[in-house]
Design a protein around this ligand. Structure first.
Ligand code: ATP
Ligand code: MG
Length: 420
């Protein structure tokens, strides 16, 4: 017997309706905010990711699904979407027709991680990117859009945290200060963080080790060292968020695992998923497009982790449209008629099911009950001969005989009244 690959998972009917609900909400809201969907390939040349994400990151160091294709060229299953969207933006010169390109995409990502709750090897993200402006109102706009989307999903207990990482210039001098601080404490740090001092000192803030966390909580914070321009920029973002009624907390330890981030960074955290508490994360990446060989165009974006968001949807929320009609045919002639009728109802947009295999009326009624249908139509040979069928309201348990010729009109009008 086969089972799915470790860390890959099926999303079964019943569960899938939650995914459809979330994706439909995202599409509607993002389009209202002026974003358009883009579909990008699931694999890219490996170099695209190594170049953009940064050598000393979890993704590049240990998480990529990389393999040679049949000609020996290294390709990688996308671990995130921003690099691919950046590549598409440059390749198709999307900057020529769009002053600001506002894009989103929905789909699977792949990271070779240790599978656990909220952490998979194939997982899904909704990604949003806006390329083309440094204007801090777009930082606030994007965060407000994420905030609105989360409110619309009815999920409680989320906290928005924000920080600024400064620009390329002030970040470099801060990095040196942080390095110095960490070097003095290096003997107490974990092996990974000791290595990070040289490769990517900001990553020490992300370490899950308790001692490292205590040390970094005493470390100089990037916000205290950002240049006046970056500080003003951050003030603008905060002021706009306040004016839009978006509540946030400043988390001076918030850094992103990927190298390309600058200035505004943010995360949405839940208190319900243990260690895997980041539901969404993003920020500005003003140097990325140039780094990928494109023009010097700024950008920012975020990613929502769907495997972390969907379990937080309230349990009592109902997703799938209920069954309206179950047609129970008794006998072969009735079965053909049932199929014709069901087809007509379905074409009219009425959710209809048929009892298959000519089972007994009792067994079909049990089945109809299980499917939680609103009405049942019973067609037997006798009823067919008299041109009438039995129409049963499952809630009131009342039933009546209706002429087959009139049944379509009857169901249509009930449906209309039902919808009023
Ligand atoms: P973490 O610190 O939890 O590993 P990350 O910083 O690697 O997260 P990002 O690269 O910022 O995550 O990805 C954005 C979002 O994608 C995360 O906030 C999370 O919701 C989701 N995500 C990341 N990795 C996984 C995974 N392996 N399984 C499920 N969701 C994931
Ligand atoms: Mg990670």
């Amino acid at each position: 017997m086969f089972s799915a690959i470790k860390g890959f998972h099926d999303i079964l009917p019943g569960e899938v309706q939650k995914w459809q609900f979330i994706e439909a909400k995202a599409r509607k809201i993002f389009e209202d905010f002026g974003f358009s969907e883009i579909k990008i390939p699931i694999a890219e040349k490996t170099e695209l990711f190594t170049r953009s994400i940064g050598e000393a990151t979890d993704i590049i160091e240990k998480e990529m699904y990389t393999f040679p294709d049949r000609k020996g060229e290294l390709i990688t299953l996308r671990p995130e979407a921003t690099a691919s969207i950046g590549r598409a933006y440059i390749e198709h010169r999307l900057y020529e027709n769009n002053r600001v390109a506002k894009l989103y995409c929905i789909g699977p990502m792949f990271r070779y991680e240790r599978p656990q709750k909220g952490r998979y090897r194939q997982f899904h993200q909704i990604n949003v990117e806006a390329l083309g402006t440094v204007d801090p109102i777009i930082d606030a706009e994007i965060i407000a859009m994420l905030n609105h989307f989360l409110i619309e999903t009815n999920i409680n207990g989320l906290e928005l945290q924000i920080n600024s990482l400064g620009c390329k210039d002030c970040r470099a001098s801060y990095r040196e200060k942080l390095k110095k601080f960490l070097e003095d404490k290096s003997s107490d740090l974990c092996i990974d963080c000791r290595r990070r001092i040289c490769t990517n000192p900001l990553r020490t803030f992300d370490c899950k080790n308790k001692v490292c966390q205590e040390i970094t909580s005493l470390a100089p914070k990037v916000l205290e060292y950002i240049c006046p321009n970056c500080a003003e920029n951050f003030e603008d973002v905060k002021r706009n968020l306040e004016q839009l009624g978006v509540s946030y907390r400043i988390n001076p330890k918030l850094v992103r695992g990927l190298d390309y981030y600058t200035r505004t960074t943010f995360e949405v955290i839940t208190d319900k998923l243990g260690a895997q508490n980041a539901v969404a994360a993003g920020g500005r990446y003003d140097g990325l497009i140039q780094e990928l060989g494109g023009p010097d165009i700024p950008g920012l974006g975020f990613a929502i982790g769907l495997e972390r968001l969907i379990p937080l949807i309230p349990k009592d929320k109902c997703f799938s449209a209920p069954l309206y009609l179950f047609i129970a045919p008794i006998g072969n002639a009735a079965k053909d008629r049932a199929l014709q009728l069901a087809n007509r109802f379905r074409i009219m947009g009425i959710k209809t099911e048929i009892g298959y295999e000519g089972k007994s009326l009792k067994s079909q009624m049990r089945w109809a009950n299980k499917l939680n249908t609103k009405f049942v139509m019973i067609i037997g040979d006798e009823e067919l001969a008299s041109g009438r069928i039995i129409f049963r309201d499952m809630e009131s348990q009342k039933q009546e005989e209706v002429e087959i010729e009139k049944i379509i009109e009857e169901v249509k009008s009930r449906k209309r009244n039902n919808l009023k």
